[in-house]
Design a protein around this ligand. Structure first.
Ligand code: GRF
Length: 195
């Protein structure tokens, strides 16, 4: 299976996915694509010998569809079987999601369906939740709304800040996402919850 990974930043989730795709793993990374030319994850991918591409969203302004035409032009060249959104911070239109229907996964830093969207850790702390975590889900047109394939949980501690909670959740993201990708690449879409 051919996997393309879309990033916008440091790419720590991308690195976890790439480092798991070795040996008898049924998938291999064929592209790391960023919408940000300065994304730190690009150098990490290049250091691992993975082809990279940048499709800067800024020249397209508010024309999401035009940006996505440019994304698809690059993606169609590598013919991915699976697309992993990993810290990718652009909202995708229904047209793009339909084009890749059933092939696109995302990791979201909350226990979905709670806290779709942004600032998930601050919202969990504000709500006084005892637990937080991350979810890997199939991407649909509804933001953070697709079928959840797996979750991992962490405690929220009394003195947590959004940053300390984010760091604790990120450790779990790096464990969960590779496990789910491996199962999906093997054709297994059953739910896997860690911890
Ligand atoms: C992290 O906050 C993670 O929870 C979310 O995207 C952010 C950056 O991740 N998925 P990464 O280090 O770029 O993978």
């Amino acid at each position: 299976k051919r996997v393309a990974i879309l990033i916008s930043g440091g790419g720590s989730n991308m690195v976890s996915l790439v480092e798991d795709m070795t040996g008898d793993h049924p998938a291999r990374p064929v592209l790391v694509l960023s919408n940000k030319p300065d994304a730190g994850g690009l150098a990490k991918a290049q250091a691992r010998g993975i082809p990279t591409a940048v499709v800067d969203h800024r020249p397209f302004g508010s024309d999401r569809a035009a940006f996505e035409v440019a994304l698809n032009r690059v993606l169609d060249q590598v013919r991915p079987d699976i697309i992993c959104l990993a810290g990718f911070m652009r909202v995708l239109t229904e047209g793009f999601v339909q084009r890749w229907d059933g092939k696109m996964l995302n990791i979201h830093p909350s226990l979905l369906p709670k806290y779709k969207g942004l600032h998930t850790h601050a919202r969990a702390i504000e709500a006084g939740d005892a637990e937080a975590g991350c979810s890997v889900h199939e991407v649909t047109a509804e933001l953070d709304g697709g079928k959840v394939l797996g979750q991992a949980r962490v405690p929220v501690l009394p003195d947590d800040t959004p940053e300390t909670l984010a760091a604790r959740v990120l450790v779990q993201e790096h464990d969960l996402y590779p496990k789910i990708l491996r199962r999906v690449a093997e054709g297994d879409r059953s739910r896997l919850d860690l911890t």
